[in-house]
Design a protein around this ligand. Sequence first.
Ligand code: HEC
Ligand code: HEC
Ligand code: HEC
Ligand code: HEC
Ligand code: HEC
Ligand code: HEC
Length: 347
Amino acid sequence: MARVNRAERDIVIECRALFFIAIVSISLSLWIVNSADADYYHDLEKNRQPCNDCHTLHYSESGTQPPGVEPGGPFQQLLIRATTTKLCLFCHDGSDPKAPDVLAPVTMYNGSGDEHSGAGFFENSGGAVSLSGHDLGIAAQSVPFSSMTNVTVSCASCHDPHGTPNYRNILTVPKGVSGDGTGVIMAADVFRNSPPTDPPSAQGSINAYKESNIGYKAKTSRWCTECHDNLRNHVGSATRTENHHLTDVPINGFGAMTDPAHWAGGTGTGFGAVTNDGVEGVPRLRFQSAGATDFPSSKVVAAVNHVTCSSCHLAHGGKFKKGLVWPYLEIPAGADANSGCQQCHNQ
Ligand code: HEC
Ligand code: HEC
Ligand code: HEC
Ligand code: HEC
Ligand code: HEC
Ligand code: HEC
């Protein structure tokens, strides 16, 4: 029997210790990756992205155009693309499968069980009016239902490119002057089901950004009325008005105005599996759950669910006029024209 001398034994012990340390550090790093699920991307404080993904510090110093940078510079804020929107769409136009696609046509969610992402998509990359959502890069627009004038919408009108603690890096004060909107950070009121394959991967982004991965508690409608400020009084109001549909109010809070049992049941008039398939009915609209404490509780369907701006509209836009979730204003009217309304009203 070979006798293990001290040196050999020490090596064995050392190897075991190293093995143990390796296992511990592998589990720790896995744990760190997992706990990073809740983090937001473009989080520069945590160094999740290098500045030079978006900036170049010495555009013309060498007398040649730096690699990967658009010709014609230097550009404002030392950006590597001529405009902010162009910069964002460089990755978010579907060409990078890890970056959620926000520019039509979007196909990445096909087969995921959802028809689109939480925000939907823009019809064009800017400079042309869109009838089906927000217009990018058009100068001096007026804003419907708002005191704002002279607005040019870019990605940075709503998102902070450097990250915020808010859900989706949304700006706390998109209008530039504080309204009475989000107030506290929106992240506390939106729940995400941590995607299993985050950090960035093509499948991870499908899982993370598809519509059904998100649950809402409060403040999303308030956020929209930071800019659409004339609708503020209609968010969370206890009194029906005759000029705007209320939001952030319970479906069962206004007597016979709605059919809460029909909403809770989820079958029959208005409900269906696919939008615009020629058969009446669309997937259940989004809602918010005032009492939610986590992702599962935010998704519980009940008569007390609230109607929000995003029950009817997508934040970026979508296939249908006014960024509506279903083809309500299309001509000729299809089978789904009234489906969204019927889920709550069952008229
Ligand atoms: C170099 C490529 C790249 C550029 C440029 C880029 N993004 Fe992203 N962005 C990504 C990727 C990849 C993800 C998905 C990361 C993940 O979920 O792990 C992402 C995620 C996001 C998210 C979701 C964040 C979250 O955690 O909820 C937002 C919002 C976003 N980007 C906005 C922007 C805006 C606005 C710009 C322009 C200022 C921009 N991006 C420029 C690659 C890019
Ligand atoms: C995802 C792309 C992206 C990354 C990564 C990024 N920036 Fe920016 N940065 C932008 C955009 C876009 C603007 C212009 C925003 C606008 O249109 O108002 C900007 C503007 C700036 C400005 C001008 C002041 C301001 O906040 O508007 C500074 C300073 C700056 N960035 C520094 C940095 C530094 C330092 C880093 C790395 C730690 C970094 N940026 C990483 C996209 C990025
Ligand atoms: C930064 C300010 C700003 C914010 C925040 C904002 N909007 Fe808008 N919205 C505009 C402007 C400007 C227009 C008019 C030009 C256009 O269509 O983009 C507009 C137009 C619209 C339209 C008409 C689109 C069309 O196709 O005619 C709808 C619907 C809309 N917004 C809904 C929303 C919803 C829902 C939210 C919240 C998710 C929201 N907005 C947040 C500025 C904003
Ligand atoms: C009018 C405000 C507004 C503008 C303009 C805007 N976003 Fe968004 N964006 C939002 C909101 C609100 C969400 C979250 C929607 C939700 O999940 O309910 C979002 C979500 C996202 C996401 C997460 C993926 C998804 O599709 O849900 C990405 C990525 C993103 N935006 C990128 C961009 C880029 C790139 C631009 C410019 C081309 C842009 N956004 C312009 C409001 C805006
Ligand atoms: C119950 C569904 C529903 C809800 C909730 C809702 N909208 Fe709308 N919205 C519509 C419809 C439908 C239209 C198309 C015009 C119409 O019928 O009045 C529209 C039109 C708009 C327009 C375009 C007006 C124009 O003149 O182009 C804006 C802006 C808008 N909504 C913003 C919002 C905001 C912000 C919220 C949340 C505070 C909201 N909507 C809540 C259904 C809704
Ligand atoms: C997610 C649920 C929900 C959806 C979807 C919905 N509604 Fe409503 N609706 C309500 C609730 C709750 C009220 C009562 C509060 C109010 O008056 O806004 C209401 C009230 C109304 C009223 C009475 C408003 C008044 O002040 O007299 C009309 C009209 C109406 N809805 C039409 C529509 C139409 C048209 C659609 C589709 C474009 C629609 N609703 C979609 C929940 C919904």
